[in-house]
Design a protein around this ligand. Structure first.
Ligand code: ARG
Ligand code: ZN
Length: 419
């Protein structure tokens, strides 16, 4: 116990003191669990904050990736060897990959397309560029687009929501609610949300059927503080940025919702990556989304939250292995998304309840949407990584977000038809 605390303290303080984490010599390991004993060993290992498990699926044979700092590598390898888990090292120096990505991503000074009112998908856009794009859309397409702020982040960035309609002025239509970027480091998620926005607004002619009886409300970047921090300071930052203790900042937004809060799969340690927060809804970002959800009660039929990575379409519950009453309906929608993507590109997604196919984790926005805000179809989409790093290389962003759109569109069409 004491040892573990000491490890956490040492880990957190180096991170806090250094203003930039270089990840020099960090390695990414890949392996699979082939049986229940190995799975159990890995679940215990994952509780050690020194090991950053990028994925930890419940299904045997699916790839598991872990980022490990140089000082912890020997022990990590020994533990795997003792458990007869064969591993490969898929990245020998994560620091170098991060540096390459950072350089490429800043090569486009304005990170924007030349054409006004448009946005490019050849870089991961920063907060300011995203805000400017939304602003331009609201001016250029003022009859169909409205941009509002649903609150401020801890560091006082506006949390933008874009409401997209067909401009016919009919009030109180049903709503499809989407968000992305609650987890800072999952850069492909906000990119995918921006692509959805672009398709619905700038490619309206082809997508107007998605707006006849429905309104779309999209929050493309729910955790802008963490997102900016992951761009400038610490690539693998996941949480919000509000300080918790003297040494550690940030709450896992997707453990912070007040529905079976903290019951399982969430840490009560402020330094942990899955910290549930000092209280439920301690974060302005999760409060803002909660309020938005409740303002749409009865109208919102589909809530979709974008994450990365792992190719999953997950649905409640995350807090228990039991299934929601209407799981069959949700499974139908998610399966339609998976099938559309498979047909279009061959990419496969695993469909199922969070607890049953990934891991149990309470306090997620998806559970809250169904359990408390009563949005009947609630889905978490874990996008692909398409590489050895966390997010796809810049050259693959466009391909990936357009593939994602195929799945989202298929799910939306099915929701619209059924509800
Ligand atoms: N990777 C996501 C997370 O850890 C999955 C969330 C699934 N939903 C849930 N309620 N556990 O936040
Ligand atoms: Zn996530």
């Amino acid at each position: 116990m004491f040892l573990k605390l000491a490890v956490i303290a040492a880990f957190c303080c180096t991170n806090v003191l250094a203003n930039f984490t270089s990840y020099q010599g960090y390695k990414i390991y890949e392996f699979t669990a082939e049986n229940a004993i190995q799975q159990k060993t890995l679940e215990i290992l994952a509780q050690n904050e020194a090991y950053d498990f990028f994925t930890l699926p419940r299904i045997f044979g699916l790839p598991i990736r872990v980022l490990v700092a140089p000082a912890d590598q020997l022990q990590f390898q020994q533990t795997l060897e003792t458990s007869q888990i064969a591993y490969t090292i898929v990245n020998e120096n994560f620091g170098q990959s991060v540096e390459v990505e950072r350089k490429l991503n800043s090569m486009y000074p304005k990170q924007r397309n030349a054409a006004p009112g448009s946005i490019s998908f050849n870089v991961y856009q920063r907060y300011d560029a995203i805000a400017a794009y939304l602003e331009e859309l609201s001016k250029t397409y003022s009859s169909r687009v409205k941009v509002t702020s649903i609150g401020d982040s801890y560091e006082k960035r506006q949390l933008h929501a874009i409401t997209i309609t067909n401009g016919d002025g009919v009030a109180n239509k049903n709503v499809i609610l989407m968000d992305a970027g609650i987890h800072a480091r999952e850069w492909i998620a906000p990119a995918a949300a921006l692509y959805v926005i672009q398709q619905l607004v700038e490619n309206y002619e082809q997508n107007s059927h998605l707006l006849t009886n429905y309104v779309w409300i999209v929050v493309p970047l729910l955790n802008p503080d963490g997102y900016e921090y992951s761009h400038t300071r610490e690539r693998m930052w996941r949480k919000t940025r509000k300080p918790v203790t003297k040494f550690c900042a940030g709450t896992d937004g997707n453990r912070n919702f007040d529905f079976h809060w903290g019951e399982v799969g969430a840490s009560n340690s402020a330094c942990a990556d899955t910290f549930r927060g000092p209280t439920a809804f301690s974060e302005p970002e999760t409060q803002a989304l909660r309020n938005l959800m409740h303002s749409l009660t009865g109208r919102a039929k589909f809530y979709l939250t974008l994450h990365s990575y792992g190719n999953y379409l997950l649905y409640p519950w995350g807090y228990t292995s039991a299934l929601p009453e209407n799981w069959h309906d949700i499974d139908d929608i998610a399966s339609a998304g998976a099938a559309a993507i498979k047909t279009a590109t061959g990419t496969e997604y695993t469909v199922g309840s969070s607890t049953n196919v990934l891991y149990a984790a309470a306090g997620g926005s998806d559970d809250y949407a169904l359990g408390k805000a009563r949005i009947p179809i609630s889905i978490t989409m874990e996008l692909p990584s398409a590489g050895q790093q966390f997010d796809p290389p810049l050259s693959k962003i466009e391909e990936l977000v357009s593939e994602t759109w195929i799945g989202i569109k298929a799910m939306a069409e099915k929701v619209i038809e059924k509800y």
